[in-house]
Design a protein around this ligand. Structure first.
Ligand SMILES: Cc1cc2nc3c(=O)[nH]c(=O)nc-3n(C[C@H](O)[C@H](O)[C@H](O)COP(=O)(O)OP(=O)(O)OC[C@H]3O[C@@H](n4cnc5c(N)ncnc54)[C@H](O)[C@@H]3O)c2cc1C
Length: 398
């Protein structure tokens, strides 16, 4: 009897977990199934580039996982029943239920409209590929001089505004930020950001809480209206509602609460990684939705599952932040170095070197996903029936 591991979602984290498990466990002992709605890997960290008109390298899963032993299942996940240990999926052939022994939930997130009026009707999003492609098509139809307002002064908003302004210098690009521009960055980081925004001619509306979106403008809490032929909404991410509809312990926003090994605190057969999980990081702060923390969390989950199934030592992959890598168009960037718990320190890297650094980080992240079996050689370990059934009793290190 093989131990059935189902990984839901083949984004940055799910794909890493599936590949790493295939590398660590004997093929005859496990059946690893990776379920994803789309047939190719989506580099979400490049969605602003896609929206601005750049073409991304196609990365079909059928090539990435060929010969790994991971079975790909192209289907949309519609529900999880943690009592019966089944996943409901649907594809062109209809609905089906898949049974698991261990489940890894990695369905990521989408945009977060935050219930602001008019967002669903009028705003564009770049948290997903369909959203980015829709914006790309709309931007291509804009005439010179028309306005694009990016709402959200976080990392995604900064990257989107600069990418669009660089690609379309004929447009009038603005950013509406809740606080000051890059106010969490170091003084040098903030200064560099202002310089680049100035060079690209981006208008910055600081301390602007957007309260409504209309077809041709956004309204702010202080009663102002900012003209916007196109509004791009980037105020954080929201998880898909599937986990919230289960008996799993989730946060108010629907993230699955996990321990230090990324295992559900309520259901020991379930692990969650990436944007879908609520895990505590350094400084007892929740890890933020990012590849930066999602990648080591995925390593931790895979290694913990493998250890529990084979009787190995539970891993303790350090999850900490090193820097925030912000692209500011293709020619400029800002690498803000941070403490382990993500607070800016003095040191920054700026300019073209920072742009190259960020590009290498994105390439490295995609390479890691696309080459699941490469890296340091590892011994595939035997799964024992006792371990497979007793695994759920092995406690995480305190
Ligand atoms: C424009 C942009 C720029 C970003 N830049 C950075 C950055 O510079 N650094 C950084 O660390 N982070 C960045 N992020 C955040 C980062 O992309 C996410 O945190 C990361 O992708 C989360 O990984 P994940 O595996 O949890 O989810 P995802 O990468 O979103 O993967 C989820 C997968 O699940 C699939 N899926 C979803 N629902 C279903 C379903 N119902 N059925 C089947 N399959 C489903 C999706 O198709 C996808 O393949 C950026 C995000 C955006 C949008």
């Amino acid at each position: 009897m093989q131990h059935r591991i189902i990984v839901l979602g083949a984004g940055y984290t799910g794909a890493i977990v599936a590949g790493r498990l295939a590398k660590r466990l004997r093929r005859e002992d496990v059946a690893i199934t990776l379920v994803n709605a789309e047939p190719d890997f989506v580099e979400r960290v490049r969605m602003h580039q896609l929206a601005a008109g750049q073409d991304l390298t196609p990365r079909p899963f059928s090539e990435m996982f060929a010969g790994t032993g991971v079975e790909l299942r192209l289907a949309k996940v519609t529900g999880v029943d943690v009592g019966r240990k089944t996943v409901a999926v649907i594809d062109a052939n209809g609905a089906e239920e898949l049974a698991y022994d261990t489940l890894v939930y990695a369905l990521g997130s989408g945009w977060n409209a935050q219930d602001v009026s008019g967002t669903a009707e009028h705003a564009y999003e770049i948290a997903s590929r369909p959203g980015a492609l829709r914006l790309r098509e709309r931007l291509a139809r804009l005439d010179a001089g028309q306005t694009v307002v990016v709402v959200g002064g976080g990392l995604t908003g900064l990257e989107a505004a600069t990418e669009i302004a660089e690609a379309r210098p004929d447009l009038d690009v603005a950013l509406a930020a809740h606080g000051g521009l890059g106010d969490w960055l170091s003084p040098k980081g903030r200064e560099h950001l202002r310089k680049v925004f100035g060079k690209l001619g981006i208008t910055v509306h600081e301390h602007a809480a957007v309260t409504g979106v209309e077809a041709d403008r956004v309204a702010t809490a202080d009663g102002k209206a900012i003209p916007a032929a196109v509004t791009v909404w980037t105020t954080g991410f929201a998880v898909h509602p599937i986990a919230k509809a289960t008996a799993l312990e989730v946060t108010g926003t629907g993230q699955i609460v996990v321990d230090g090994t990324m295992r559900s605190v309520s259901h020991p057969d379930v692990y969650a990684v990436g944007d879908a999980a609520m895990a505590m990081g350094p400084g007892d702060k929740p890890l933020r939705m990012s590849c930066a923390s999602g990648t080591p969390a995925a390593w931790q989950a895979a290694d913990a599952i493998a250890a529990r199934l084979t009787g190995g030592k539970l891993p303790n992959v350090p999850i900490r932040y090193f820097n925030q890598c912000i692209s500011l168009g293709r020619k400029e960037g800002l690498i803000q170095y941070v403490t382990a718990d993500d607070r800016a320190v003095q040191a920054v890297l700026t300019g073209r070197l920072a742009a190259v650094y960020k590009e290498l980080v994105c390439k490295g992240a995609a390479w890691g996903v696309a080459n699941p079996m490469l890296g340091l050689p590892t011994r595939r370990r035997r799964v024992t029936r006792e371990r497979a059934t007793a695994g759920s009793a092995v406690k995480a290190p305190a």
